[in-house]
Design a protein around this ligand. Structure first.
Ligand code: HEM
Length: 499
């Protein structure tokens, strides 16, 4: 009868699912996976990074629907996988959103972040070359950051210590650096076109996160992800206008920015490598996306941590405080003073400030699970064998808070990066930018931005919560871990005239 047939079908499907998805011998162990959905209920998706850290050891496997993934925890495991055996985990998997939404168009498998093999190597090398050409270590990008921090400081000084939400203005300031690099110009704060770009960016982040976490569900329900293709083409249209303008007055002998360099590269390799042409838009977009949200989120954590720990901030110049708590402001007063802007040359003389920035990046844990990798070769990790094509989650959270590596992992403690003489010390377990072949391409740029922005802010302002409000370090988990929206006061510092 129908009932028995139904029962038989269900049992058959469960057994088929079990046989198909059995953990292979010597595959990393993990919790019992339910038929069809696997371990979806083993993870708390509102704080995935925490639930993946606490659970099943340093190397374990989870099945999300039909996809196996291996979670890597702790400094030693990540070091072994990403550095020693980095050649085995250099690939990116194809994420559900890419597969479902973009498999038939130009966005599929183009750019830097989601590509593999030759395409990825070429695009990555080219982007790194351009960053080096214009930026890191060169005066041009450094002065763009210094100028931008002056715009930012003027804007918040005009608020005269009144509470403000730093989200949009910080995004704007940081994105302007990437815009200078890629498009050759910045946007005034509040510019209409820029606000449109940022609005699109927010939607992309949110949608991608939801879709890749719950693909089975998201495919079926109506929601913002159905508009993601439209969001991307809006993005493309905005960027295309810039590219056309560049073409009008392009002089190959004097490249102004990434787009100009790219146009030369197309001319150079265009005949042989056809993908290069299509990639300009998507690469420009990726640099904008990857370079804005991350650095801006770090600065928003910085304001919050400074307000939460006034004794570390060391706001106003005071002899006693300077002796007891050599906060960034006091250190900056001593080394730079108020009459000039900070520069990268100052970093070596500002060990405490540098340590505070590192601790903000560690505690802020901006990209808690890195980006997913996948095995491009079979890999042997301890006693386990991980075949080719398995998704790898390098859990950066487990390293940035590894009890074996940090003296006080859950306390904001700049001392993690200082020795007994107060000199700055590097820590191997400090990997907010990940490590190995896929290490963040913008790490040096991000470090330069954070140093110059943070130092300029500390030079001029003391950050505190509006009266009666306590600083809350709660976060919203997405691709990045961002503080929940808050308001803060930036009061101009009263610096002693003896400075
Ligand atoms: C990748 C962190 C700023 C461009 C990554 C990854 C992390 C990361 C964890 C993944 C690495 C992996 O897969 O193992 C951060 C943090 C930043 C930051 C914490 C700021 C505080 C930037 C900036 C840029 C950028 C400013 C742009 C110039 C990229 C790109 C990738 C990437 C293109 C993909 C690299 C690849 O797949 O080869 N970043 N990032 N990031 N980041 Fe950043």
């Amino acid at each position: 009868d129908v009932q028995s047939l139904l029962l038989f079908s269900v049992v058959f499907l469960v057994i088929a699912d079990y046989v198909k998805n059995r953990r292979p011998n010597s595959f990393p162990p993990g919790p019992w996976a339910l038929p069809f959905v696997g371990n979806i209920f083993s993870v708390d998706f509102s704080k995935t990074h925490e639930s993946l850290t606490k659970t099943y050891g340093d190397v374990y496997s989870l099945r999300m629907g039909q996809t196996w993934m291996v979670v890597l925890n702790g400094f030693n495991t990540l070091k072994e996988a990403l550095l020693t055996q980095g050649h085995c985990v250099a690939d990116r998997p194809i994420l559900p959103l890419q597969d479902d939404v973009f498999s038939n168009d130009v966005f599929f498998l183009s750019g830097i972040i989601t590509t593999n093999g030759h395409m990825w190597k070429h695009q990555r090398r080219f982007a790194l070359f351009t960053l080096k050409y214009f930026g890191v270590g060169k005066k041009s990008l450094e002065s763009a950051i210094v100028d931008e921090s002056m715009h930012f400081c003027k804007e918040i000084a005009d608020l005269k210590g009144e509470p403000f939400n730093p989200h949009i203005i910080t995004n704007n300031a940081v994105a302007n650096i990437i815009c200078t690099l890629v498009f050759g110009h910045r946007f005034e704060y509040g510019d209409e076109k820029f606000m449109k770009l940022m609005g699109l960016l927010d939607k992309v982040f949110l949608t991608a996160q939801l879709y890749n976490s719950f693909p089975v569900l998201m495919r079926r329900v109506p929601g913002p992800h159905h508009t993601i293709r439209k969001i991307y083409s809006d993005f493309m249209d905005l960027i295309k206008v810039d590219i056309s303008k560049h073409k009008e007055d392009w002089d190959p002998s004097e490249p102004r920015d990434y787009i100009d360099c790219y146009l030369s590269e197309i001319q150079k390799v265009g005949g042989q490598i056809t993908h290069f042409k299509d990639n300009l838009i998507i690469c420009a977009l990726e640099l904008f996306v990857a370079g804005s949200e991350t650095t801006s989120t770090t600065l928003r954590w910085a304001f919050l941590y400074m307000a939460k720990y006034p004794e570390i901030q060391g706001g106003n110049f005071h002899k006693l405080i300077r002796t007891c708590f050599p906060g960034p402001s006091a250190e900056i007063d001593r080394v730079i003073g108020q009459s000039r802007q900070p520069s990268m040359m100052d970093r070596a003389n500002l060990p405490y400030t540098d340590a505070v920035i590192h601790e903000i990046l560690r505690m802020g844990n901006i990209v808690p699970l890195s980006l997913p990798h996948s095995t491009n070769n079979e890999m042997q990790l301890g006693n386990y064998t991980i075949p080719k094509g398995v998704v790898i989650i390098p859990n950066l959270t487990s390293v940035l808070f590894d009890k074996k590596e940090w003296e006080t992992p859950y306390t904001f403690n700049p001392g993690h990066f200082l020795n007994e003489e107060g000199k700055f010390v590097k820590r191997a377990a400090f990997i907010p930018f990940s490590a190995g072949k896929r290490v963040c391409l913008g790490e040096n740029l991000a470090r330069m931005e954070l140093f110059l922005f943070f130092t300029s802010f500390m030079q001029r302002f003391t950050f505190s919560m509006p009266s009666g409000v306590k600083p809350v370090l709660d976060y919203r988990f997405g691709v990045t871990l961002a503080p929940i929206q808050y308001k803060i006061c930036a009061k101009l510092r009263q610096v002693s005239s003896s400075q």
